[in-house]
Design a protein around this ligand. Structure first.
Ligand SMILES: [Zn+2]
Length: 104
């Protein structure tokens, strides 16, 4: 098992509700994500993400977690690229499993 420690430092963070940019960090926490294997080794990513305050006066969302849409879906346990690979494997295996055996 290989563990990668990654911290998001994206400077432009938008509130997902009102889409206004914010800079004020509320807190941080770590998400653990399974990622693509590196050779024969399983890889997990310890991803440090930030929570922000939304300071827009009319926005009902006061605190939100930054979105990383190219890395992982919110609350996902694996990276998008691993999910895509597993989906491709599933489709390939499903195609084989669904094939009817020929006569004789
Ligand atoms: Zn907002």
């Amino acid at each position: 098992m290989i563990t990668l420690h990654v911290t998001s430092t994206h400077p432009r963070v938008l509130c997902p509700r009102c889409h206004v940019r914010t800079l004020r960090v509320h807190s941080q926490y770590t998400r653990t994500l399974a990622d693509l294997p590196w050779g024969p080794y399983a890889v997990r990513v310890q991803l440090r993400v930030r929570k922000f305050f939304c300071d827009h006066p009319t926005c009902p969302r006061q605190i939100f977690t930054e979105r990383l849409p190219t890395v992982a879906a919110p609350w996902a346990r694996r990276t998008i690229r691993l999910a895509q690979l597993l989906l491709a494997y599933g489709l390939a295996l499903g195609g084989e499993a669904g094939a009817r055996p020929g006569p004789g």
